[in-house]
Design a protein around this ligand. Structure first.
Ligand code: ADP
Ligand code: MG
Length: 847
């Protein structure tokens, strides 16, 4: 049973007794490490030898007795002790008990009781040591657990508190032990602060493991609170009866915080998703709105696009929750040097509508900052006025005065728009507003839609105008053809009328009807001039420049003009007759005057004054000029109108006008190397000033009005003339008139018949007089065929109008003179005579 390695120290001040004991113990195998006589010796030996057991005499020599020494050894080395005592005195034994000796050996002892007592003591010591070790192990374990651990006895008294529990509860183990757990571990509900039962107590009551309710808060000793999570379990002893409980808990503040953070994060995520979704919805809504708006705009026409755009602005304004939105036109007026603003289209909430009412061209203060910012970036968005820099003083005060809190301003650049004009899309709200990139995109789309609409409508208008012009010119072409045809027949009729009248007047004999025939002739001559104007209009006339006294010419038109302008207009002539002549085509000048008078009449629908005056002027080069003025007291013309008035087809009269009047005037005057100028004051009238280069030396040559019979110029000497003319009236008159003057005339009514007669005997004729427009061809064919066999054959080409001017050029190249229908008798005679005599005739072809 004894362990040879058990070391024993004997403390006995009586040397013999000590040796006796040592001898006895050695004899049974113990290792007696030594004997000590005093406390000091004992302590020194224990320190050195670390015996497993000390046999200690209670009575020792010196100050310190055995009991005290045993206490010292126990405290310092935990060495177990067996006391040796001679007597078992109650008082001494009571003292000795405190040291918890493992046994007593009473002196004198016998060997066997000594050995068995030592043996027992050693066994107890070993058991104690093992127990202590395991206790230490447990308590170390409990202490080092990360969670708080509190153990109670079966009454709920605290028996153990580890470090963590101390920290968490704020109770030191010493103070806590023996208190009831409900004092040390106070938990409340995080929700309603109610006291929660402690799981450890519950566990004892139910005999089961109990978890703490969630969201428990531990109220610490100092009153501060921490979130805890715990569980309790009952403790049973070996016999299975309840011995207490153990409570394990931990601080979950951090975990709770983490959880709360997670929760916040999740919420953030959710709101983010919600916002995104809302944004997406909004974007989809806006996109479909824009699609619908642009779709509608595409259907607009020049007549209704403004209303249509207003409607678009209204829809947009309502969707984006604006107070007002409009497209503004801002222009510089060079005349007043002002900036004018006008509204092109717009919408405003009723309470903001008032200020948009003055819509047209109001002078405004120049907002330089806003303008240059908008020019630079295309779009300026201000969320609140204080955002604008100091230099935007004007902008700030204007916006403030208008009650504008936030605004967006976008530039709209329209193709072909003048540099002085700018269009902007301006939207505002009265309070501050964060516009946001996504929003601005839609403003930009809207501005783009405006631009597209305006450009498209303009293009369509332009196309319509072009189509209109095309129709107009096609109509004119048709009218021209018709006029030409009528003029041709008319001229043919006028030839015999004028001719016979001339014959009667020339005879002079029939005095009774002289004045009547003169009137017939005058009427016929006016008719001839009317035809010429019709031809000038259709540009089919032959330009014949002669020296003309314009004063006289205007005087001659007096009656015609009066009829033209009607009764409401007072007509005044101020003519300078006499020395000043211009080289011009009479018919064309008449056309010029007529056009100007018609325009003057149109400008005075309620009547007024029309004054035509001629006088001496100066050309730009300083030469002498004829100055012809046509002035009215009508509506007048603006600068823009004057600039466009001469454009062909430009008219302000809609379907009533052709837009050709002034373009014809300009064309004719330029053909005569002259100039046209307009002086006008809006509302007060217009004056057209025409200057034509003039010649002081020349005199008027005018063969239409006056009949000057020259006997020599007309007389024939039996010359044979081939007359090719399809119009019987003309043929008859001409052949009669020529026959009366001793010419021999043969008539052919077609090109074919003419050439047949000629070719039968080319030498039979001295002159061929042919009309240009013949049923089977043109007079020029006759000329060409005749010239082939007789290159020097005298010929005359006559016509009232020209459908195709190329033959006139050809005739001129061939040296064939032209006789314009209707001609007075005198002109017929002189033309025939000069052709026969080879004398040149003054004919100029139209340019
Ligand atoms: P139309 O008379 O067919 O319109 P015109 O070429 O004769 O064409 O004139 C062009 C335009 O010039 C007119 O439509 C008119 O607006 C303007 N105009 C011409 N003459 C006058 C005038 N005397 N007073 C005012 N406006 C005029
Ligand atoms: Mg006109």
């Amino acid at each position: 049973m004894n362990t040879p390695t058990d070391k024993i120290l004997v403390v006995e001040d009586e040397r013999l007794v000590a040796e006796d004991i040592a001898e006895c113990l050695r004899s049974v195998g113990y290792d007696v490490v030594g004997t000590a006589k005093s406390c000091a010796e004992a302590v020194a030996q224990v320190e050195e030898e670390r015996p497993d057991l000390v046999l200690m005499d209670i009575t020792l020599r010196g100050d310190v007795d055995g009991i005290e020494t045993a206490q010292i050894l126990k405290d310092r080395f935990s060495t177990p002790v067996v006391f040796l005592t001679a007597y078992s005195q109650k008082t001494i034994l009571d003292r000795a008990k405190v040291v918890e000796p493992l046994g007593y050996v009473v002196k004198p002892f016998d060997e066997s009781s000594l050995v068995s007592t030592v043996e027992m003591a050693l066994h107890k010591a070993r058991v104690d040591a093992a127990l202590r070790k395991s206790e230490e192990w447990f308590s170390t374990t409990l202490r080092s657990i990360g969670d708080g651990v509190i153990a109670t006895d079966e009454h709920g008294k605290v028996r153990f508190l580890n470090k963590v529990a101390e920290e968490l509860t704020g109770w030191g183990a010493k103070e806590a032990e023996t208190r009831h757990i409900s004092e040390v571990f106070v938990v409340r509900s995080a929700k309603d602060d109610s006291v929660i039962s402690i799981p450890a107590i519950e566990a004892m009551e139910t005999g089961q493991v109990v978890d703490l309710a969630k969201h428990a808060v531990l109220v610490r000793r100092d009153g501060s609170r921490i979130d805890v999570n715990d569980s309790g379990a009952p403790i049973y002893d070996n016999e299975g009866s309840l011995a207490g409980s153990v409570l394990v808990f931990r601080d979950v503040t951090e975990a709770k915080q983490h959880e709360a953070e997670m929760e916040r994060y999740r919420e953030q995520l959710e709101t983010m998703v919600e916002e995104r979704t809302a944004k997406l919805h909004w974007q989809i809504k806006m996109e479909s709105l824009m699609t619908s708006i642009t779709g509608n705009l595409l259907r607009l026409t020049a007549e209704n696009w403004r209303e249509g755009f207003n409607a678009a602005l209204e829809r947009f304004g309502a969707a984006v929750d604006l107070d007002a939105i409009a497209v503004w036109r801002i222009e510089n007026d060079p005349e007043s040097d002002q900036t004018l603003m006008s509204r092109e289209a717009g919408w405003a909430k009723p309470e903001f509508a008032h200020r948009d009412e003055e819509a047209s061209r109001v002078p405004v203060t120049k907002m330089t900052w806003l303008r240059s910012r908008t020019d630079e970036t295309g779009c300026v968005a201000i969320s609140e006025l204080s955002e604008m820099p100091a230099e935007a003083v004007v902008e700030k005060s204007v916006m403030e005065a208008e009650g504008i809190g936030a605004f967006v301003n976008l530039r709209i650049e329209i193709l072909g728009e003048d540099d002085d004009v700018r269009l902007t899309l301006f939207a505002y709200v009265s309070g501050p507003r964060e516009w946001g990139e996504d929003n601005l995109v839609f403003f930009q789309m809207l501005a783009g839609a405006y631009k597209n609409t305006v450009e498209r409508v303009a293009m369509e208008e332009n196309r319509l105008a072009l189509t209109e012009q095309l129709h107009q010119s096609q109509k004119l072409e048709a009218v021209g053809k018709l006029t030409g045809g009528i003029a041709h027949d008319f001229n043919n009729m006028l030839v015999p009328i004028i001719g016979y009248a001339d014959e009667i007047l020339e005879d002079g004999g029939n005095g009774d009807y002289y004045s009547e025939v003169t009137e017939i002739r005058r009427a016929a001559v006016s008719a001839a001039s009317l035809t010429r104007q019709l031809l000038a209009f259709s540009r089919k006339q032959v330009l014949q420049k002669k020296q003309i006294d314009v004063g006289e010419l205007v005087g001659g038109m007096h009656r015609l003009l009066e009829r033209l302008i009607g009764e409401d207009i007072r007509f005044k002539l101020d003519l300078d007759h006499g020395d000043l002549h211009v080289e011009a085509d009479r018919g064309q000048l008449e056309q010029v005057i007529m056009n100007l008078c018609v325009n003057a009449r149109d400008a005075m629908p309620d009547g007024g004054d029309l004054r035509i005056c001629t006088k001496t002027g100066l050309t730009a080069e300083g030469g002498v000029a004829l100055r012809l003025e046509v002035a009215d007291s009508g509506s007048g013309m603006s600068k823009e109108l004057i600039e466009k008035a001469f454009d062909p087809f430009f008219t302000t009269k809609g379907m009533e006008g052709t837009g050709l009047g002034l373009s014809v005037v300009l064309g004719i005057i330029e053909q005569h190397n002259g100039t046209v100028e307009i002086n006008s004051v809006l509302g007060r009238g217009t004056r057209f000033i025409i200057q034509l280069p003039a010649d002081l030396s020349k005199k008027s040559v005018d063969g239409v009005v006056d009949v000057k019979v020259n006997a020599k110029a007309r007389s024939g000497g039996g010359e044979r003339i081939l007359l090719v003319e399809d119009e019987p009236g003309v043929a008859q008159f001409v052949s009669r008139a020529l026959a009366r003057n001793s010419y021999k005339v043969e008539i052919a009514m077609t090109v074919g018949a003419g050439l047949e007669a000629f070719n039968a005997d080319p030498d039979r004729f001295d002159l061929v007089l042919t009309d240009a427009m013949l049923p089977d061809g043109n007079g020029i064919d006759v000329v060409n065929a005749v010239r082939e066999s007789r290159p020097n054959m005298p010929m005359l080409l006559s016509s009232g109008y020209t459908d195709d001017r190329s033959y006139l050029d050809e005739a001129q190249n061939q040296g064939v003179p032209f006789l314009q229908k209707p001609y007075p008798l005198e002109e017929l005679y002189s033309s025939v005579r000069s052709a026969l005599d080879g004398a040149p005739i003054d004919v100029e072809l139209p340019a």
